[in-house]
Design a protein around this ligand. Sequence first.
Ligand code: SF4
Ligand SMILES: [Zn+2]
Length: 330
Amino acid sequence: MAREKRSPRELEALWKEKDMSQGRTVDTMVVILRTRGCCWSKKGGCHMCGYNSASSPVVSSEDLMAQLQSAMDRYQNEPFVKIYTSGSFLDEQEIPLDVRDEAFRLFSGTERLLFESRPEFVNRETVAGLPGQVTVALGLESANDTILQESIHKGFSVADHRRAAQVLQDAGLGIRNYVLLKPPYLSERIAIRDALETIRFASPYSTEISVNPLNVQRGTVVERLWKRAEYRPPWIWSLMKVMEEGWTEGGPRIMSSPSGGGTARGVHNCGSCDQDLLKAIERFSFNQDVGELQGHDCDCRGTWERTMEAETALGTSVDLDRGLKNDLAV
Ligand code: SF4
Ligand SMILES: [Zn+2]
């Protein structure tokens, strides 16, 4: 594949989009660095994550510096820059300190700078060196430890996440929390309930919450389940319900930018209503007007409701009060 032949000095990807900074929609540059990859993916990784394919075992500091420079070459003074690594920006094994400092130097003029990290790399020491415009995105996924460990295989607990968030909060930095909608082994109804409980848990300490409906990535546990028809990505109706009921006046911004939306691997409905609903979700993500999520209908809405009833009747789901009902071995 062409991917294997690419130079480690080349960025994985770079694109421009819109996001929000200081309460307004702004031009945003998204940079995906090609790194050694997520430390957790080398220990099995999360069940839905295929990001290991975006990494390379032989990326040096010099390679990463070259990648940053090529990002800088395409930078047009966007106020918001997001630097993703398909792992943890604060993991020194992935982003050495000199590269981290160079990224901060190059993008010191931005209004907002966002990167992702697992909680184990967030501590008083790492946070002390971060510029004030930083937002750290944390993949909380679920505020339920059983789901976090058994269903997602996340490798940290809710308490680990909360500790990291507290450190960021104390430092006055922004926090974008990710909530995973429909981890494997959960029925649609339980998935909705879990996402809503996670939003409620994370709201008091979130600058914003991104609801990420699971999309089926290649080479993952979830893909194996999906190919055996044992997993269906969430319905768009579910995503809309979570966003509508999770949003609160005066609470954090609730947003979603679903990967693979409207496809078989991503959040989807019947096919005919998908694009209109995804556009409504996008509008809501910016204007936070819950009216955008209301008043929609399609024949498939009834199918969604009946699916949830059937799943509940069959009991093929996780019971949040009693743990996992099914054998999780795949
Ligand atoms: S989802 Fe995040 S933490 Fe989990 S394996 Fe992928 S990159 Fe690592
Ligand atoms: Zn439909």
